[in-house]
Design a protein around this ligand. Structure first.
Ligand code: C5P
Length: 239
């Protein structure tokens, strides 16, 4: 893989407060292409944090996991897309109608700005297991439920899924070569696992079919975040 392609595939999860987030962004500027903003940072800072990252030249993955009635999600997807984010998450469990509404909202925003926000579906959260699915009345095995929701997302205009690196190969077969397959739970060999348990290395996740890797603390908590980021780029050059 070429250097720029490797950078396009790494999304750095910025899970901290505003000051630390902006300081990390300044350090990673000129190295990283993507930053991920999750609910904790977004609900504290609002759309301005997305703008601050875009102003520094980053693409933004806005991980808001929308889930509501279709009318509300259409509006939320439009508003979230108008921030200038390049990627946005919605819950597959919200129904085909809700996924289609998210697509419509993002497409409305695309007519008002120059580029289109791509949508990713969350299938089954990795914090859920068979027992928690049964608790909410879902009797399918986790992998089957995830595949079902991924198919529903694809049928309703969603561009891809977020899934564990271990599911990436199956999702790639199911969704085809053009789908976005974004995998958290990625740890460079030898790094601290944190609270992640089912992990893959960056190279393995890409080989399994991931299009993008979400990597947080191995970069953001490193003594030298730029060096940690560049080491992952080097690892991907060999893929
Ligand atoms: O620091 P770390 O690399 O574990 O960060 C991973 C990021 O991916 C976090 O923002 C986390 O919320 C997110 N994520 C995850 N597992 C999922 C879905 C999202 O770790 N199944």
């Amino acid at each position: 893989m070429l250097d720029q392609e490797a950078r396009e595939r790494i999304i750095v999860a910025i899970d901290c407060g505003r000051d630390e987030a902006l300081s990390l962004a300044d350090r990673l500027s000129g190295h990283a292409v993507w930053l991920k903003v999750g609910m904790t940072l977004f609900y504290a800072e609002g759309p301005s944090i997305v703008q601050e990252f875009i102003n520094r030249g980053f693409k933004v993955f806005l991980d808001l996991k929308l889930h509501d009635i279709p009318h509300q999600v259409r509006g939320a997807a439009r508003s979230a897309s108008l921030t200038g984010a390049d990627l946005l998450t919605v819950h597959g469990m919200g129904s085909g109608a809700m996924l289609a509404a998210a697509r419509e909202g993002a497409d409305q925003a695309a007519q008002e700005r120059s580029s289109r926000t791509r949508l990713l579906a969350i299938t089954v959260l990795t914090s859920m297991n068979q027992d928690s699915l049964e608790e909410i009345g879902v009797s399918l095995p986790v992998a089957e439920e995830a595949a079902r929701l991924a198919g529903l997302a694809k049928a309703n205009g969603i561009d891809g899924v977020v899934c564990s690196p271990r599911e990436a190969a199956d999702m790639r077969k199911l969704l085809g070569p053009d789908a976005l397959i974004v995998t958290p739970g990625v740890r460079p060999a030898g790094s601290d696992l944190g609270d992640q348990s089912r992990v893959s290395t960056p190279a393995d996740a890409i080989a399994a079919g991931a299009s993008h890797l979400v990597i947080g603390r191995p970069i953001t908590a490193a003594e030298d975040p730029v060096a940690a980021y560049e080491a992952i780029v080097q690892e991907l050059l060999s893929v």
